[in-house]
Design a protein around this ligand. Structure first.
Ligand code: SR1
Ligand code: MG
Length: 408
């Protein structure tokens, strides 16, 4: 009988036998060791390594409840979506996405390339490390994966088949709740608000009806704008990086949604790294200004390079006759850029007050500095949402950041 014909949640020790059974990756008789290395909110990640050769592989298994909360039950089908999206994104953005060797739909595991010599980008940034091509590679990933899966380029019937294949209701519900609803009302009593800014959050987020209306518009855009196959969770924990190269992975929240969701997520998460450096490094520390400048440059370049690559791909590959009508390309881009700013605002705010916070901010030990960072992020997030139609270039983000930082 096949040992793996019924689903169970594996422990590290189970994965050694499992990997030998599933893929022909290690030499016969290799001396293997396994460790659970996941630190995300949802899944278990095992690294299996040949102790003698150093060769290694990753097994990612979806559990039936999340790691962040046992009350959150999720379909294990998210692994199928993730494996298939990784393969598709790998073909659209070669070299930036790890390889998938196998998806096992019984054990709900993805067996994939170990991104050796890379580390998660959030701690990488918290150690003030930089990668010069971040904006270049990320904008390539975004432009290639987003525009190539949209109606601008794709046959519309084939695109609709992808919309159906990647319907992802459980994971979308998490984003609809945690990103688009709870940060503005705490309706499920699970927000994490840093006590020194409680009054600020009450006034600026829970009581601002004008803001609520704009967030409602963005929420319904997220739920109804089946524009592109988006990654769906492109924060700095979904990037593995070193000083020469980066990978984007972990697209389990992928579905057909607005392109701006991915771009806005990157912008917001890069700024958390700026806040961390600003708060924890002394002014005299020679790493401080170069690192902060690098972050701001990446945000600016990311937006400008995305626009440049959008225009190029559009001109080369536009397929729909009506999308060729003069003025449509510019109009369509303006909607993507407004969504981008709106989502940059939502991601900024939800990571400060929502259920899933970011360690860049929560690790700031000095209370006053953390409170200042949180107020900056919330104020900037509101500006991104409320003025989203005016964020049309990288410089608009730089100006907004400077304006808000100078207020605090
Ligand atoms: C319950 S999951 C919380 C968050 O972690 C994931 O990475 C997503 O960002 C989600 O919103
Ligand atoms: Mg994740």
């Amino acid at each position: 009988m096949n040992k793996y014909e019924n689903y169970f949640l594996m422990k590290a020790e189970d994965t050694i036998d499992y990997i030998k059974e599933k893929v022909d990756f290690f030499e016969e008789g290799a001396n293997l060791e396994a460790k659970e290395i996941g630190d995300g909110n949802l899944n278990y990640v095992f690294k299996v390594k040949d102790v003698d050769s150093g060769k290694s592989i990753i097994i990612k298994q979806a559990g039936e409840v999340t790691r962040i909360s046992e009350d959150m039950k999720l379909s294990v089908d998210r692994g199928r979506i993730e494996a298939s999206v990784l393969t598709l994104q790998g073909s659209l953005a070669p070299g930036i996405v790890p390889k998938v060797y196998l998806y096992d739909d019984i054990m709900c595991t993805i067996i994939m390339e170990d991104m050796v010599d890379h580390e998660m980008m959030r701690p990488f940034l918290m150690n003030f490390k930089t990668y010069e091509n971040f904006a270049e590679d990320t904008s390539t990933f975004l432009a290639n994966t987003l525009i190539s899966t949209s109606d601008i380029v794709m046959n519309h019937k084939e695109k609709k088949e992808l919309v159906r294949d990647y319907i992802n209701p459980d994971l979308c519900e998490i984003s609809e709740d945690l990103v688009y609803t709870e940060p503005f009302n705490d309706m499920n009593n699970r927000n994490n608000v840093f006590p020194p800014i409680k009054d600020f959050v009450e006034k600026e987020l829970y009581s601002d009806e004008k803001l609520h209306l704009e967030v409602a518009k963005l929420k319904f855009d997220f739920m109804n704008n089946a524009q592109s196959l988006i990654h769906g969770d492109l924060h700095t924990g979904s990037v593995f990086i070193n000083k020469e190269h980066m990978y984007i992975f972990d697209p389990e929240f992928a579905f057909y949604g607005p392109m701006g969701y991915d771009i806005g997520n990157v912008i917001a998460n890069m700024f958390f790294a700026w806040c961390h450096a600003d708060a924890v490094l002394a002014d005299a520390d020679e790493r401080k200004e170069p690192f902060k400048t690098w972050v701001i440059t990446q945000i600016k370049d990311l937006v400008d390079l995305f626009i440049e690559k959008y225009n190029k791909i559009y001109d080369e590959k536009v397929n729909d006759e009506m999308a060729k009508v003069p003025g449509f390309k510019e109009y369509y881009l303006s909607t993507i850029l407004a969504d981008t700013a709106g989502v940059a605002g939502l991601e900024s705010i939800r990571r400060i007050v929502g259920m899933a916070n970011v360690i860049d901010i929560t690790s700031i030990e000095d209370e006053a500095k953390r409170a200042r960072a949180e107020k900056i992020v919330i104020t900037l997030g509101k500006k991104y949402i409320l003025d989203r139609h005016n964020f049309k270039s990288g410089q608009d983000y730089v100006d907004a950041i400077n304006e808000v930082v100078n207020q605090f």
